[in-house]
Structures are given as C-alpha cells and as structure tokens.
Ligand binder design. Structure first.
Ligand SMILES: Cc1cc2nc3c(=O)[nH]c(=O)nc-3n(C[C@H](O)[C@H](O)[C@H](O)COP(=O)(O)OP(=O)(O)OC[C@H]3O[C@@H](n4cnc5c(N)ncnc54)[C@H](O)[C@@H]3O)c2cc1C
Length: 406
C-alpha cells in the first residue's frame, strides 16, 4: 500500500474544507491508497475572516488554532514562496526567516486573498485583519468616551459619527454591527443612542447587486431601522482632519472612517511560479487542476474557477470555496485512479447577512422563487453558515451523483 503526501498550502476556508474532503474521499475508498496530509500556513491558526467585523465592534476571538482543529495531521508554520512542480517541493520560510523545502505528491494551493486597502494618504482604517479590527474598536470606543464629556454639540456629533466606505457584504455587516454596538455603548455612557450616526457609502447604484433589487431595498430598510444611512452612487475620497470627503462634493464630519473595499487575489501568488490570469488568480481547469502542472490543484479565492456549463466564474466567497473543496477529494482520487473526475458547478444563489446584535437576513432563490428570512431566525441561519464554514458544525452533504460516479 503506497502512502501519498498531500500538501495543503493555506488553512483558510478552502484549505480546511479541502483537508476534510480529501480525508473523507480516501477513507471512503478504503485501504487501497493512503494519504498523509500536511497543512502549511503562515499563521498558527485558522482565521475566521468573514467575522472580522466582530473584533472591530467588540472583543471576540475569531481564530482557531490548527493544532486544535486538526490534532491528527502535520501542521507546519511557514510562508510558501515558491512551488517547484519538477522536484515536487514547496519552498517556504519559517517564522525565523529560515528557508526549508517540503516534498509533496499532491499539492492543493489555497492561499486566498487579501482585503483591498486605500492609498496611504486617504486616511481612515481599512478592515484588513485582526490588528486593524482592534484599531477600529479602540477608535470608536475612544470617540464615545470623548463625546460623553464634550460640550460643543457639533464636535460631539462628529465623534458619534462613523463612515463605512464600501458597501459589499463586509461593509453592510460592519456598518450594522458598529451601529448596534455604538448605540449600546452610548446608552451606557448616558448619551442619546439616536445621536449615533453610521453612514454606509456605496459606489454602486444600489445595495446587493449580486441579487434582486427588491432584496437590496429590503436590506437598506433594515439597515435604516438599525441606525445605518446608506448613500448610493458616491465614492469615498479621503478622511482628513475629522472629515470624510465624497465624490459628490459633500464632506461628512466623522470620528472614524472604516474602509471595506473588497478583495484581491493573494499578491504572493505572483512569486510562486504558478500560471496566473491577468488579475492574479491561478489558472485551473474545471476540475481545479493547475494548468500544465500535474498533481497541483487550486481552489478558493486564489483560483479562477469557471462553471463549464454556464461560463460563470465563482466569486470570492467562503461558501463557494467550501463547495469547491467538497468536490476536490473525489477529484484527486479519480485522477489517481485514472477515472473521470467531477467538474465544477456554480453554487446556488444564496447570501446571508449579519445585521448587528442577533439580527440577520438570508436570501436564496429556489425554483425561481425568492425566499427571504429576516430577524433572529435570519441571524441563526447566518451563525450556522459561519460555523459550517469553519468546520465547527458538519454540513449535511448528500453524495453528489457526479462524485459517486468518479
Ligand atoms: C472583512 C471581510 C469580510 C468578508 N465577508 C464575507 C462574507 O460575509 N461572506 C463570504 O462568503 N465571504 C466573505 N469574505 C470573503 C471570504 O473571507 C473569502 O472568500 C474566504 O476567506 C476565502 O477563503 P480562502 O480559503 O480561499 O482564503 P483565505 O481565507 O484568504 O485563506 C488563505 C489562507 O492562506 C494562508 N496563506 C496566505 N499566504 C500564504 C503563504 N504564502 N504561505 C502559507 N500560507 C499562506 C493564510 O494565512 C490563510 O490562512 C470576507 C472577507 C473579508 C476580508
């Protein structure tokens, strides 16, 4: 019986689901092939990235140590810089900067994306990681403390105003959570919670262009009820000296400007030696095989993955990365056994939003019908999806027809 080494590069959402999927596929195949999985990540933990708005609002742990998550597999802490398909090695630097090589038979590249940041002269704080989330939290808390003692009404209102620039899912969730927590904290400091103003600046004409306009409108109404004012069709230019200037010519006096500008493929990919699209995503076929590099697969935010039936490319979301990963184990096994492998299929239309506190909204389209769940039930579904994404709950997955045939 031959044992293969499967190296998973990156333990984000796609990476951890890939590990699970490969383990399941090999266990199901039973005995003929064995796999040893090695996970390498530059961090010692899985970052629950979609929850970054939480530590921006209050103290909340959103990392899970890999040692706890995967006690049975080898976990290496290191930053992979280069993958050599000839020698079947990944070269990486450890935390002390020393270079090493890791041999593999199969490599899964899931190094994800980074949050887009504004130019350095644009001011504000971009929600890009744990450090900036903590800086955002400190800033709004300090603003509220100062506002409690402020006698000038205009300055007080400025300190109680926050602008969130960028109205994708991250901007929506961040603005709602900040409005909710800042109102709570205001009450505790004997400040009228109605004085808390959160503006969500949307460069698009409406919210949620990924779904129907009526869902975008419903979201906007909910946000309004929860203390967030959405401004459409304007760009945020700069935060300077307590004012946030917009492309419309307006300037909002604000104590804090938070940027949530979307994602870029991991720039480290440019050095890794893999074939990339002009946008910097790894080029793969419909079964996630990296172009011209047998034995290397790539999924998640770092790969450009197109549904061969519809021609539609997946976007950068954890639900899509998770669905790709759930298919990957069967693909790898099928390739090893020389059998036809399953191909990518786009994920169903479904989006969840946390809207501050224990409130949320879920939209999905089934059989041509729009289904919307709001309120506490919407939040419970949202929480469930967060937990599934980080393997804290096991999704109920039916065996796919194509998977069963592989
Ligand atoms: C603020 C924010 C909010 C978001 N909200 C949502 C949301 O509500 N819903 C949704 O679906 N998506 C959301 N996203 C997008 C979602 O987080 C990504 O789609 C998801 O994280 C992609 O998973 P991934 O595994 O492909 O990559 P990542 O989660 O980026 O994981 C990549 C992993 O690779 C590691 N790594 C990177 N470079 C190297 C290297 N050179 N060597 C070794 N390891 C490396 C990283 O440490 C990380 O663990 C949000 C993103 C952000 C930033």
């Amino acid at each position: 019986m031959n044992e293969l080494t499967c190296l998973v590069v990156g333990g984000g959402y796609a990476g951890i689901h890939a590990i699970h999927s490969i383990q399941q596929a090999f266990n199901k195949a039973g005995g003929t092939r064995r796999v040893q999985i090695v996970l390498i990540d530059k961090e010692p933990y899985h970052l629950r990235k979609v929850l970054l708005f939480k530590p921006a609002a209050y103290k909340e742990e959103i990392t899970i140590p890999f040692a706890r998550m995967f006690p049975d597999i080898q976990v290496v802490r290191g930053t992979v810089g280069w993958i050599d398909p000839e020698k079947k090695q990944a070269l990486y630097r450890d935390a002390e900067g020393q270079e090493h090589a890791l041999a593999y038979d199969i490599a899964i590249v899931t190094v994800g994306s980074i949050a887009r940041a504004p130019e350095s002269d644009q001011g504000g704080i971009a929600l890009t990681g744990l450090e900036t989330a903590a800086a955002i939290r400190q800033q709004w808390q300090e603003n509220l403390r100062q506002a409690a003692g402020e006698t000038d009404p205009a300055e007080k209102q400025r300190l109680l105003t926050t602008v969130v620039a960028g109205a994708g899912i991250s901007g929506i969730e961040t603005s709602a959570e900040l409005a909710w927590i800042m109102r709570q904290e205001a009450e505790a400091l004997h400040i009228d919670p109605e004085m808390i103003k959160v503006y969500l600046i949307n460069a698009q004409a409406r919210l949620f262009p990924e779904g129907p306009a009526k869902v975008g409108r419903r979201l906007e109404h909910k946000l309004h009820d929860y203390g967030v004012t959405v401004m459409h069709g304007v760009k945020t230019l700069q935060e300077k000296e307590g004012k946030v200037s917009l492309s419309s010519g307006e300037a909002i006096p604000a104590g804090l400007c938070v940027w949530t500008l979307g994602l870029l493929p991991n720039p480290a990919l440019r050095e890794m030696g893999l074939p990339l699209t002009a946008d910097g995503q790894v080029i793969v076929d419909a079964s996630y095989r990296v172009q011209g590099m047998p034995g290397i697969y790539s999924i998640g935010d770092c790969a450009r993955i197109v549904d061969p039936a519809t021609g539609r490319a997946d976007t950068m979301t954890c639900k899509e990365g998770g669905a790709q990963a759930s298919r990957l184990g069967t693909i790898v096994l099928a390739d090893l056994n020389g059998r036809p492998a399953p191909q990518h299929k786009g994920y169903m239309d479904a989006y969840c939003f946390g809207l501050g506190g224990e409130r949320g909204m879920v939209w999905t389209r089934q059989w041509g019908l729009d289904m919307i769940i709001t309120g506490r039930l919407g939040w419970k579904v949202r929480q469930y999806t967060w937990d599934i994404a980080s393997l804290l709950k096991q999704p109920h997955r039916k065996l796919r027809k194509d998977d069963a045939n592989a």
